[in-house]
Write a protein that binds this ligand. Structure first.
Ligand code: BES
Ligand code: MN
Ligand code: ZN
Length: 497
């Protein structure tokens, strides 16, 4: 799908060829005088004045073949105060009301919308028109090919627009791979996809297999993988957008391509949804797709430990003790707490980059779903600055998270008589004890953990991956690149990298 931003008046929009036109209408527009010959604004103002459309954000009025308006179908939609959130809601409502079957070109007139509202518009169009097709023989692909966003002043929102379009690329990469069933998204296939992606500018990738991972001593990661016939992969992505000497942000993504629970096997209902247990990996790799498009001035490393969690003759058993790459030993009390076992070795691997910050992203605990539901991801951090930066990025990107505590008392239950720690504590505060486990593998770097178990996918009738938290991660990295620029004296031209 191709997005284009243009400075466009209502009169020009009316004269633009498109299958459908969406007219965003904030409360403030109720008072704006239409310019002569502006049929679109005249129509909308009359509809508002005659109360043919409610004032609530998302209220929509459809029209067919308006005189002097080229697009055959027009949707007028209220955006309230014009906030990003209200705009996203409004665009979704308008797209739902318009029957877009077969529509190829869409025009959205956003007027004086803020940068955030323009980004939300792009996000909402992508969301509403996305189709998963890969494993369907008669799938209907997305028909919309071109989306034009018309605003009063394109220059004012250009960079937000570019970021939103790149974010869509990342979100759709993540959705595609998270939606693929386990047999179409094995660790090997995921690594192959990362390799294909890394042909893009400024990206590179290394893929490690069982031999290399054994040599590194990643005993916890290997323990999870040993119950599966699919060989593990450790994917290392690099995005170089700054000088080689600049410390990178390291993103770590949980890449369990299917989680049966292992010998501590999960109940059958909804177990299919455990194909989404690589949602963290998909969002981390998807973020690199966005970075390649956006090219911010920052270095980023992505680490993805990927394997299946299966019950098998060779699978780990409750009570088994393994040695992690850090040297710490772990008593595996529950083989279904496998995410932290693969992540802990990746966190140790991250040390070699002397990172500016380490952020792991994982569908880690059912307890986080109970705590925060599908609205906000759980945010854990050993550093207030990093926590605040991520929380703010989440708000701006409409991909919110919520900080959770990390008091040391929460680690009490992880004590083991047979190893340095157990891999689970009691039933209470399950998302926090999981984070406390991870923290035992974190050195002095600022570290954050995003538990995305509740937000990475939707169940039920609209089952599917969301691509979250790609928008949050891209926003954070763009913000971080800007902070870096401000803190560093400008380098002489041409010597940047
Ligand atoms: N992948 C699951 C977490 C999960 C469960 C995400 C349900 C989304 C929905 C993870 O590997 C897991 O099984 N966690 C266990 C941990 C427990 C054994 C301490 C859980 O949450 O039940
Ligand atoms: Mn599990
Ligand atoms: Zn899992």
């Amino acid at each position: 799908m191709d997005f284009e931003l243009k400075s466009l008046s209502p009169h020009q929009a009316a004269g633009t060829a498109a299958d459908a036109l969406i007219l965003l209408w904030p409360d403030s527009a109720d008072q704006s005088p239409p310019s002569p010959g502006d049929a679109l604004t005249l129509w909308a103002r009359a509809a508002v004045a005659e109360r043919d459309i409610d004032a609530a954000p998302g209220s929509t009025l459809l029209a067919h073949r308006l005189p002097s308006v080229q697009p055959r179908k027009v949707a007028l939609v209220r955006t309230g105060e014009g906030s990003a959130l209200a705009t996203r809601k409004a665009v979704s409502a308008a797209l739902g009301a318009l029957k877009l079957d077969g529509a190829k070109k869409l025009l959205i007139l956003a007027g004086a919308a803020s940068a955030g509202a323009v980004a939300a518009t792009v996000q909402a169009v992508a969301e509403a028109t996305y189709r998963y097709t890969t494993t369907k023989s008669k799938a209907k692909p997305r028909t919309v090919q071109k989306v034009m966003v018309g605003v009063a002043d394109a220059a004012a929102v250009r960079s937000a627009f570019a970021q939103a379009v790149a974010t869509v690329t990342g979100v759709e990469w993540a959705k595609e791979w998270a939606n693929r069933p386990g047999n179409h998204a094995t660790p090997t296939l995921l690594a192959d996809a990362a390799q294909a992606l890394a042909r893009k500018p400024r990206l590179s990738v290394e893929v490690l297999g069982p031999k290399e991972v054994a040599k590194l001593g990643m005993g916890a990661f290997m323990a999870v993988a040993q119950g599966s016939h699919e060989p593990l992969r450790f994917i290392v992505l690099h995005y170089q957008g700054a000088a080689k000497s600049d410390a990178p942000v390291v993103l770590v993504g949980k890449g369990i391509t299917f989680d049966t629970g292992g010998i501590s096997i999960k109940p059958a209902p909804e177990m299919d949804e455990m194909k989404f247990d690589m949602g963290g990996a998909a969002s981390v790799i998807g973020t690199f797709a966005a970075l390649a498009e956006l090219q911010p001035d920052i270095n980023v490393v992505g680490l993805v430990p990927s394997c299946e969690n299966m019950p098998d003759g060779k699978a780990i058993k409750p009570g088994d003790v393994v040695t992690s790459m850090s040297g710490q030993t772990i008593e595996i009390l529950n083989t279904d707490a496998e995410g932290r076992l693969i992540l802990c070795d990746a966190l140790t691997y991250a040390d070699r980059y002397k990172p500016r910050a380490v952020i792991d992203v994982a569908t880690l605990t059912g307890a986080c779903v109970i705590a925060l539901g599908g609205v906000r991801a759980g945010l854990f951090a050993n550093n207030d600055g990093l926590a605040q930066a991520l929380a703010e990025a989440g708000e701006v990107a409409l991909d919110p998270c919520w900080r959770m505590p990390l008091d040391d008392e929460y680690a009490e239950g992880l004590k083991s008589p047979f190893a340095d720690m157990g891999n689970v504590a009691g039933r209470q505060a399950g998302s926090i004890t999981a984070a406390k486990f991870l923290q035992k593998f974190v050195q002095q770097w600022p570290w954050a953990h995003l538990d995305i178990a509740g937000v990475a996918w939707k169940g039920g009738a609209a089952k599917g991956a969301t691509g979250r938290p790609v928008p949050l991660l891209v926003q954070y990295l763009v913000d971080e690149a800007n902070r870096l620029k401000q803190s560093q004296p400008a380098r002489p031209r041409g010597k940047k990298r």
